[in-house]
Write a protein that binds this ligand. Structure first.
Ligand code: ZN
Length: 361
């Protein structure tokens, strides 16, 4: 996929896909009107995607880049199980940005006493066919208003994955059931709605709607693949994947000694058991502390209480919990509440890759 980096904000690369550049160039040659509108649309889409990405980053979800495709923007993140509360916030951030732009334009128009600055949607649509350079000011403001309104409304209120409305739906479902099941239900609804949208676009001969429905269809299909592959985990109990060499330490262990223990036992996470609670510290957490303070700080200064799983728990349930709690490993305890193993997220990822190839192909 050839795309060019335009600029970078908060560590996120904004890239222009070659087909988008082609479309912009084509429109510039065909008509200045459509070129200007398309430019405004892509600027709005960029900020919409950026809103998603910044909320994601603020909640510890990694976003590496945003690619501007002719059909819209795409914030690239790993298809992973994430906390439904975080996904909900991430999903509504984009449309909320668009609605905020609409609100600001309305307020500005009201304060400046020029409420006719914004054309009605019908008139705006009509004017698009004419020479918009004649009243370029109001046309640009109206375009910005209606483009953001349409972007926000369609993304939020059409509940199909991978659109924002679909993500909101999945997040709401995932609050009451496991993430994989929620994804499966959301994709079935998405497929149904997309086929409906496709038929409507055929009947109304609307080319843009037709392209959008095809885009949603393939997006929903990739979410469906995710749900299907993760479903394979359902039959696997935690005992099959847990590691038996795990690191238990005293909660008063200084960080420098802890790191040495972790290297010696090749553990990314160390656990401690004080009373009934199991606490954990990961190497990443230690990495956030400056090295010169490792001698003075102890395990318990960084430790968080972590709810264990039992050997009989399904791996998919454990994975959903890891996503919710943002932790890459869980302690496994037996009936006597003794720690008997450690379940690593990377081991689940490995088995998932193996299952995908052997069971799905
Ligand atoms: Zn969005």
């Amino acid at each position: 996929m050839v795309s060019w980096k335009l600029f970078s904000i908060a560590g996120i690369d904004i890239k222009l896909h070659w087909t988008t550049l082609l479309l912009l160039g084509l429109f510039l040659v065909l008509s200045v009107n459509s070129f200007l509108i398309l430019l405004l649309l892509f600027i709005s889409i960029t900020f919409h995607e950026l809103s998603h990405s910044l909320v994601a980053k603020g909640n510890g979800v990694k976003i590496s880049q945003i690619i501007l495709l002719p059909i819209g923007g795409m914030a690239v993140m790993k298809n992973a199980v994430i906390d439904p509360k975080v996904e909900f916030k991430m999903a509504i951030a984009g449309p909320l940005f668009n609605f905020a732009v609409c609100g600001l334009i309305l307020i500005a128009a009201y304060l400046s006493g020029s409420s006719n600055l914004i054309y009605s949607m019908g008139y705006w649509n009509e004017r698009l066919a004419g020479d918009i350079l004649q009243d370029i000011g109001p046309m640009m403001v109206s375009s910005l208003f209606w483009l953001n309104f349409l972007l926000g409304a369609f993304n939020l209120f059409f509940p199909a994955l991978p659109l924002d409305g679909g993500r909101v739906l999945r997040a709401l479902l995932a609050m009451v059931m496991d993430y994989v099941k929620a994804t499966r239900i959301a994709t079935v609804i998405s497929m149904f709605l997309t086929i409906l949208l496709f038929l409507v676009s055929l009947v109304s001969m609307n080319l843009i709607l037709l392209l959008i429905s095809i885009f949603i269809f393939f997006g929903a299909r990739s979410e469906m693949e995710f749900a299907v592959s993760h479903r394979l985990l359902r039959k696997i109990p935690v005992s099959n994947l847990m590691r038996k060499n795990f690191l238990m330490v005293d909660e008063n262990t200084p960080l420098d000694a802890l790191v040495a223990d972790m290297i010696a036992s090749r553990s990314l996470v160390a656990f401690s058991k004080e009373g009934k609670n199991i606490t954990a510290v990961s190497i990443y957490k230690i990495g956030e502390v400056p090295k010169q303070r490792w001698g003075r700080m102890k395990f318990k200064d960084l430790a968080v209480v972590i709810k264990p799983v039992s050997p009989g728990t399904q791996v998919v349930t454990a994975l959903t919990r890891m996503g919710k709690e943002g932790f890459e490993a869980l302690p496994v305890v037996d009936n006597y509440h003794e720690v008997v193993g450690c379940l690593y997220k990377r081991d689940i990822d490995t088995i998932l890759e193996l299952l995908k190839v052997t069971k799905l192909s």
